[in-house]
Design a binder for this molecule. Structure first.
Ligand code: NAP
Length: 274
């Protein structure tokens, strides 16, 4: 498993399991399948309502806690200094862990509120409750505001990224600031059909004797982007992790780059009404 190093010297496995929209039962089973398949990185969030099930599946596995990378996220209504501290403890209790490896501000909700919230994350970090601080759904101007005002840099920015929304500019900006990019909705989420039917990806997949999702996931690995495909099916969870035995050529990477359309499925970060 390839690891990506953060600016605080902790490391994250480059492929993890997403759990958005997975019910308790689905998340519990999916985490078990994933750990059996070799995943050591699980992405959840307070808002997904499945932290308890995720934590239970992790606890019941025979794998040591410190070998599994757990990300969870602070929901929007819990932003603010005191409420963030409380919400994080609630997530830790639900997950049944002493710390999470990465805690993300789920969405940007205004500059002042972001700073108050971020300062609580710095305290949680110093107290050892979170091993790395990150953000999600942040654009260049949101991150720059943090960099100008906070003590501890975020390690990662988790944003919608897929073949139709490639985020090259945002990746460059983040990496210049020693912040990694993480792709959510890497398989185009509820629009996965569009990706599966893409002829360029189908041709490339055939050449490597791989599937279209495997080509998409490998494309993130070649770009050094952390990627968290979600599935609740054992065969797909295994398929999405079977991506470490081949490399895409420069020509194939170029062909996939041509598929960029700037097509965003989720709301713009400055216009979120939840
Ligand atoms: N920070 C944020 O605001 C944010 C927002 C969205 C998502 N996320 C995170 O990112 C993760 C991934 O994003 P996502 O769940 O939106 O979408 P995604 O991973 O791009 O796509 C998930 C969809 O693809 C299907 N699928 C997965 N592997 C497949 C395969 N090999 N073949 C065919 N179909 C396959 C899944 O169906 P089945 O489950 O039925 O297999 C599901 O319908 C989330 O689960 C969550 O952890 C974060």
């Amino acid at each position: 498993m390839k690891l990506v190093k953060f600016n605080n010297d902790t490391e994250i496995p480059i492929v993890g399991l997403g759990t958005w929209k997975s019910s308790d039962e689905e998340a519990y089973n999916a985490v078990k399948y994933a750990l059996d398949a070799g995943y050591r990185h699980i992405d959840t969030a307070a808002a997904y309502g499945n932290e308890e099930a995720v934590g239970r599946a992790i606890k019941e596995s025979s794998i040591d806690r410190d070998e599994i990378f757990i990300t969870t996220k602070l929901w929007n209504t819990d932003q603010g200094y005191d409420s963030t501290l409380k919400a994080c403890q609630k997530s830790l209790d639900k997950l049944g862990v002493e710390y999470v490896d990465l805690y993300l501000i789920h969405w940007f909700k205004g500059y002042e509120q972001n700073l108050d919230t971020y300062k609580a994350l710095e305290k949680l970090y110093k107290d050892g409750k979170i091993k790395a601080i990150g953000v999600s759904n942040h654009n260049v101007h949101h991150i720059q505001h943090l960099l100008d005002n906070v003590e501890i840099k975020p390690v990662i920015n988790q944003v919608e990224t897929h073949i139709q929304l490639q985020n090259h500019f945002l990746q460059d900006y983040c990496e210049k600031n020693d912040i990694r990019l993480e792709a959510y909705a890497p398989l185009m989420s509820w629009k996965i059909k569009e990706m599966l039917e893409n002829e360029t990806l189908q041709e490339i997949a055939e050449k490597y004797n791989k599937t279209v999702p495997q080509i998409a996931i490998r494309w993130f690995i070649e770009r050094g982007i952390v990627v968290i495909p979600k599935s609740v099916h054992k065969n797909r969870i295994e398929e999405n992790f079977d991506v470490f035995d081949f490399e895409l050529t420069t020509k194939d990477m170029k062909a996939i780059r041509e598929l960029n359309k700037g097509n965003k499925l989720f709301p713009e970060f400055d216009n979120v009404d939840y």
